[in-house]
Design a protein around this ligand. Structure first.
Ligand code: SF4
Length: 222
């Protein structure tokens, strides 16, 4: 049977632009720009292990692989950081003594100027939550940490669980439809391309070709 599991990372590409998702997942195209490199450096720093620590109350782990193979999701990914917080009301965690509540923390370079958090960041962490809750039978909390403002924002998953759940189910279904057809979607009107690392793939710069100029170039007369 064909594996139709989806990497959580791909959900963000899909939210940014359906065409970008298609280029990456169907064509296996990839290109980096300054935004991508900056985010990579931040994540390498987090995943390097320097953020691994334990105190009496909290056990923190970076780069924890998670999944949820319930057919309505069938997703997997790697979290930036999982904090297991000692609590009598918590759950058992394999390899740890005691009971713990689970916190997910995702690191992002920039906080948006006009709102507390990006909706696409929240969706990414919510997808991780679906996996964490599935694995540890818990009700995990989700946070995003913005490096530029050094703020950790708690995401409203308790209050808006249904909203995020329906959004994820809808995205996954549309993503699977694109993968099934194998057709890369066209750019939609409302998508802004200026910060996208795939710009050169989508809109290659054309250079007009002139035979006389080419002859002059070969002759060295230009
Ligand atoms: S350049 Fe524009 S259309 Fe192309 S993938 Fe990026 S955002 Fe989408």
């Amino acid at each position: 049977m064909k594996d139709n599991s989806i990497n959580i990372r791909a959900i963000q590409h899909f939210m940014y632009c359906n065409r970008r998702f298609g280029l990456l997942e169907i064509n296996n195209d990839w290109s980096e720009n300054a935004f991508v490199v900056k985010a990579n450096i931040l994540h390498e720093n987090v995943h390097s292990g320097s953020h691994k620590f334990s105190s009496n109350d909290i056990v923190s782990r970076s780069s924890v692989a998670v999944y949820n193979d319930d057919p309505q999701y069938n997703i997997f990914g790697v979290t930036d950081c999982v904090e297991f917080v000692n609590s009598l009301n918590g759950v058992d965690i394999n390899g740890l003594d005691g009971k713990y509540n689970v916190r997910l923390v995702e690191y992002k370079p920039r906080q948006p100027k006009d709102k507390t958090f990006n909706e696409s960041d929240a969706i990414q962490v919510f997808a991780q939550k679906l996996c964490a809750d599935y694995i540890w039978k818990c009700d995990s909390e989700g946070y995003v940490y913005y490096a530029d403002t050094k703020k950790r924002i708690k995401l409203p998953f308790k209050e808006e669980y249904e909203k995020y759940n329906l959004l994820i189910i809808d995205y996954l279904s549309r993503m699977r439809e694109i993968l099934k057809t194998g057709k890369i979607p066209q750019k939609s009107k409302d998508v802004k391309c200026s910060g996208c690392s795939m710009l050169d793939y989508c809109f290659p710069k054309s250079i007009s070709y002139c035979v006389q100029k080419e002859i002059n170039r070969i002759d060295g007369t230009e």
